[in-house]
Design a protein around this ligand. Structure first.
Ligand code: NDP
Length: 239
């Protein structure tokens, strides 16, 4: 049975990815930060699909905690898929941005990728197979005012994935980025929709299933030649 490790799978996009991959036959290892109730709900939904789901709570920005949760587990059984989806925003104009706002976003969104991937990569290399998908953002491709920290973290993910793809492609490990635009989740619930939608060529926000379907495709046997790429799911926001 194939296993997918979904980082930040308790809510929003990560939840939809976990459910979609479970529907495609993966057993799920699902992580969350603090919302155990939400994680348990997703666990039940996945079990109702006939797949197993193990939940783990830890802070991806904490290297020791992340390694403690994942290192031994992944060494025993390399997951077939890693989706690095967890992410936070701490928006502010750069002129007002605090060091804490900068550090929290970089440590979680980019540092978290290092902390998680360190546990997964060696076992995947040993097995000579794996699919890694990192969830970046349109902000990482074109920049977003009020999000210098977030845009930097998401652009950093793109650089990291491109370099990693060059390192591990020969070992049959696929590494790609999915970069969503504005997707309806808790993260975007307070955005002024009336002002933002006209900036999007499709004139609407995306739904979590749009992103989940793309991740599912990248992790499926239907594709064996997309590698080191950034796939936008953004209604045309970045063209
Ligand atoms: P949500 O805020 O709805 O969910 C975030 C998920 O990440 C939750 O599962 C949360 O766990 C987990 N998480 C957050 N911080 C940490 C941490 N420090 N350690 C471990 N897990 C953590 O976000 P979205 O679903 O909206 O976004 C998912 C990803 O997609 C993010 O990386 C985001 O940047 C990116 N994205 C989102 C867009 C959007 O429009 N929504 C657009 C572009 C990119 P818990 O439930 O325990 O808090």
């Amino acid at each position: 049975m194939k296993t997918a490790l979904v980082i930040g799978g308790s809510r929003g996009i990560g939840r939809a990815i976990a459910l979609k991959l479970a529907g495609s036959g993966f057993d799920i290892w699902l992580t969350y930060h603090s919302n155990e109730v939400a994680a348990k709900e997703v666990q039940s939904e996945i079990e109702a699909l006939g797949r197993s789901c193990e939940i783990m709570g830890f802070d991806v920005s904490d290297y020791e905690a992340t390694r403690a949760a994942l290192e031994e587990k992944c060494d025993k059984q390399a997951p077939d898929v890693l989706v690095f989806n967890s992410g936070i925003v701490r928006d502010n104009l750069m002129v007002w941005m605090t060091k804490d706002e900068w550090d929290a976003v970089l440590d979680t969104n980019l540092g978290g990728f290092y902390n998680v991937t360190k546990s997964v990569l060696f076992p995947m290399l040993r097995e000579k197979r794996g699919r890694i998908v990192a969830i970046s953002s349109t902000a990482g491709q074109i920049g977003q005012a009020g999000q210098v920290n977030y845009s930097a973290s998401k652009a950093g993910l793109i650089g990291a994935v491109k370099a990693l793809a060059r390192e591990v492609g020969k070992k049959n490990i696929f590494v790609n980025v999915v970069a969503p635009g504005v997707i309806e989740t808790d993260m975007t619930a307070d955005l002024p929709a009336k002002e933002i939608k006209p900036l999007i060529p499709l004139n609407k926000f995306g739904v979590v299933e749009d992103v989940a379907a793309t991740v599912d495709f990248l992790c499926s046997d239907a594709q064996s030649y997309i590698h080191g790429q950034v796939i936008g799911v953004n209604g045309g926001l970045a063209i």
